[in-house]
Unconditional design. Structure first.
Length: 138
């Protein structure tokens, strides 16, 4: 492993990105190291609604394949406010960072975020989302 490989490997480890992965040589025997990720996903479920949300109902799901691509067949609905709340965390959660380390839960297997609508002032609804990682990262 050359100096550059060690640097990037250590960066990933320090960010919590090596829990389920490893640096490997490609099949051609080339000296280039490759970080491989399998088809894991994030499943984001509407856990609770405070007020009235015009978009979501309790139990609705947003499914992100590979941690970032909307699975439109399995996603019930998407609101831009919820995307803004999920974006700061989706990569870290997908890569295996413990939600407790991010201040998003007391449970290592689930994270919680809420949308940006302050329902008591807008008459809308604040939605609480539960985020779980599904599948594996190799």
């Amino acid at each position: 492993m050359n100096t550059e490989d060690i640097f990037f490997s250590n960066c990933y480890r320090s960010l919590g990105y090596c829990y389920d992965g490893e640096w490997t040589r490609d099949q051609g025997g080339d000296s280039t190291n490759v970080w491989r990720i399998s088809m894991g996903r994030l499943v984001i479920t509407v856990k609770e609604i405070k007020g009235t949300c015009p978009v979501y109902r309790v139990g609705d799901k947003i499914v992100l394949d590979e941690g970032y691509r909307f699975n439109l067949e399995e996603t019930d609905n998407v609101c831009i406010h919820s995307v803004a709340s999920i974006m700061p965390y989706h990569v870290a959660l997908y890569r295996g960072v413990d939600p407790r380390d991010l201040g998003l839960s007391k449970d290592p297997d689930v994270a919680y975020v809420q949308c940006l609508d302050p329902c008591q002032y807008t008459g809308g609804g604040t939605v609480v989302f539960e985020i779980r990682r599904s599948g594996t990262i190799e």
